[in-house]
Design a binder for this molecule. Structure first.
Ligand code: SF4
Length: 358
């Protein structure tokens, strides 16, 4: 990236920060940005909407107010706290990192960009966010919002899906942060850029250039090409899998089972299910294989759940069975136990008895 780009970007600092001071949303993690708070919020915000994160964030910190608490909480309780947020490896990595922080850094996140990146689940972006927001380090945090804003400001045709573009922009912003010579807080600059991307220079449709504090400095706006930027790879098609889900009940108990320790939704619980869309006859055969005798059977609505790379197309059957006395294939949970103890991923939400009860 040329020196000229860096000089152009230095000009945005002041108007951007003035706008941020006036217009930034009030968000729970902004009021007390300790390193732990910034870390938890940044991990939760990956792939998840701000509105959805607010409640989780507050509940999580109430239960686990310190890194020590996070390191010590039983995994199933941690996953229960994360239930519904998705991408459960994020929670597992948080705990792995917390254990390492307790052992190696006396329970405090290290104020060091490189050391932060050595912790599980913390990449360059998260290290940059914690470093700049919580520790005031002049390090960049380049997420999708920032990539889009910079591409448009500089009218850049670089493909933002490429790692080299991300590195280029990180270096560029780090240069700006060093040049600012601490006249401004690096964290405010980091957050202001992200906020502009989330609220004004938005994806999927026209950016709100008429409301933008950087309009006078924006090359894409000047050239009338803002909507065609940034350049990025097209999305890969998802793999489609079909499943038949069993809502098996007997005297106020429902069958659940634990998923394998590795792979998609590992260590979480699920409603019993099999690959493929079964007919009612095939469902009955399946129940025989599980040694269960049907009392009533009802076909449920189709449902779909979309993961990043996979799509589940599901059909459900609600089945009352006669007896569960000798059935050890499943854990037969009460609804209360399911609510309080067993993390059931949103993928099964359409058939979850908890949802049904409201
Ligand atoms: Fe984005 Fe428009 Fe502002 Fe340029 S002027 S940064 S395209 S919102």
């Amino acid at each position: 990236m040329s020196k000229l780009s860096e000089e152009q970007l230095i000009e945005i600092v002041q108007p951007l920060l003035e706008w941020y001071q006036k217009c930034a949303r009030v968000l729970p993690w902004r009021s007390d940005p300790t390193p732990y708070h910034v870390w938890i919020s940044e991990i939760m915000l990956q792939q998840t909407r701000v509105e959805a994160v607010k409640e989780y964030y507050q509940r999580f910190l109430k239960e686990l107010p310190t890194i020590q608490h996070l390191a010590e909480v039983p995994e199933q309780q941690l996953l229960k706290l994360w239930e519904g947020l998705g991408y459960y490896n994020r929670a597992k990595n948080l705990q792995k990192a917390a254990k390492q922080i307790v052992t190696e850094y006396q329970g405090k996140l290290p104020p060091d960009y490189q050391k932060l990146q050595k912790l599980p689940g913390i990449g360059r972006y998260t290290a940059g966010a914690i470093g700049s927001i919580a520790f005031g380090l002049p390090v960049a945090a380049v997420d999708g919002n920032v990539l889009r804003v910079l591409s448009r400001l500089l009218a850049s045709k670089d493909n933002i899906s490429k790692n080299e573009t991300k590195l280029k922009y990180e270096n560029l912003l780090s240069g700006v942060l060093v040049e600012m010579k601490r006249a401004y807080h690096p964290g405010a600059f980091t957050q202001a850029l992200m906020e502009l991307g989330a609220m004004v220079c938005v994806p999927n449709g026209a950016p709100k250039c008429l409301l933008c504090p950087l309009q006078q400095l924006c090359q894409a706006y000047e050239k009338g090409i803002a909507e065609s930027l940034p350049i990025k790879d097209g999305k890969k098609a998802r793999r489609v899998e079909s499943k038949t889900v069993f809502v098996l009940t007997c005297e106020n108990r429902i069958a659940i089972r634990k998923r394998p320790e590795t792979g998609l939704l590992s260590s979480l619980w699920e409603l019993p299910n099999v690959e493929g869309i079964l007919s009612q006859k095939q469902v009955k055969e399946q129940l025989k294989n599980w040694d269960l005798e049907v009392v009533t059977i009802q076909k449920l609505e189709k449902a779909k759940h979309i993961f990043t790379h996979i799509e589940w197309n599901m059909i459900g059957f609600e089945i009352t069975v006669k007896s569960i006395e000798n059935n050890h294939l499943f854990l037969w949970s009460t609804i209360q136990e399911l609510k309080e103890q067993y993390p059931l991923p949103t993928a099964f939400g359409a058939y979850s008895p908890i949802k049904k009860q409201g």
